[in-house]
Design a protein. Structure first.
Length: 292
């Protein structure tokens, strides 16, 4: 199978979204890719177990993509070998009344993973520069003092939000959170095929909403907003990765490879040793238990 160089997917310079690939050939059949994916999932679970005992780092994995990009199934497959105690997933929907009484990042701060844990944001704080940008009328519900109409939502407003998001991520990175941001880059044709599959399968129809078609009509606007978000917020401490998402097994493997290859570089993540006195008396403790 083709070796994956994770730097090939990192966004480290200004991009044009229509030049980013939505397809990637691993030069292997699906069963082999899934087998290797399973091995990576186990290796990641081992890292997480060590990280949990180490207790100094956390991992925040942010996933963004258009509807049907494969976010839920990616989470299921990449993390299926994990101990449930070490992982927390959050899917941020329409803000609640309580959330709207706070700034837009408040609910994301509350959901950050504790030290030793993996946190997954399935849709993320970037919705606040994507959905609200495509639909600026949504901002009226945030009741901000400087926004009284859509005319107040200028480019300066979005530039400020990019700066605030960068500062948020810099702050948590400085305090031990390892950040991964994955853009599941789906082609418009593949989204059409997946929506049709949902409609054609009775067991999948519950996933469909007529709103999916309304949002699909705004595809080009979403792509513009994604492009600006990626270009303004892919930083060394919190890089974006373009994940070709037209083939789900391939996308899952690439994400798992990026996670594993990055985390294994943290040589300081090791299981702590017992305190000296406890370690010296291990044989004594064994004897006490064996002679009960």
């Amino acid at each position: 199978m083709k070796d994956v160089n994770i730097e090939e997917f990192r966004i480290s310079s200004q991009i044009k979204i229509n030049e980013l690939t939505t397809k990637y050939n691993l030069e292997e059949d699906e069963k082999v890719i899934e087998k290797k994916m399973n091995k990576l999932s186990k290796k990641l679970a081992d890292i997480q177990n060590t990280m949990y005992a180490h207790g100094k780092y956390s991992v925040l994995m942010c996933i963004q993509g258009m509807d049907t990009a494969g976010k839920d199934s990616l989470i299921r497959e990449v993390f299926k070998e994990f101990n449930v105690r070490g992982i927390e997933a959050h899917s941020f929907k329409k803000p609640t009344d309580i959330e709207l009484k706070h700034d837009y990042l408040w609910r994301h701060y509350l959901a950050l993973p504790a030290r030793g844990k993996f946190g997954i944001f399935n849709r993320t704080h970037y919705e606040n520069v994507l959905v609200t940008r495509v639909h600026p009328n949504y901002l009226k519900y945030e009741n901000m003092p400087d926004i009284s109409s859509e005319a107040d939502v200028t480019q300066d407003f979005w530039n400020r939000r990019f700066k605030e998001i960068n500062n948020f991520e810099q702050h948590i990175a400085d305090n031990g959170t390892i950040i991964f941001k994955f853009f599941l880059n789906l082609s418009k044709d593949e989204q059409k095929n997946r929506l049709l599959r949902r409609l054609n399968r009775p067991d999948k129809q519950w996933k469909f909403s007529s709103d999916d078609l309304k949002e699909r009509k705004l595809w080009e606007k979403y792509q513009e907003c994604y492009e600006e978000a990626l270009n303004n917020t892919s930083k060394a401490h919190a890089p974006w990765y373009n994940i070709p998402a037209d083939d789900k097994p391939t996308a899952r493997y690439i994400v798992a490879k990026i996670l594993y290859d990055t985390l294994k570089q943290y040589s300081d993540i090791v299981e702590p040793e017992l305190p000296g006195k406890e370690k010296e008396n291990i044989d004594l403790y064994k004897s006490q238990l064996e002679n009960e």
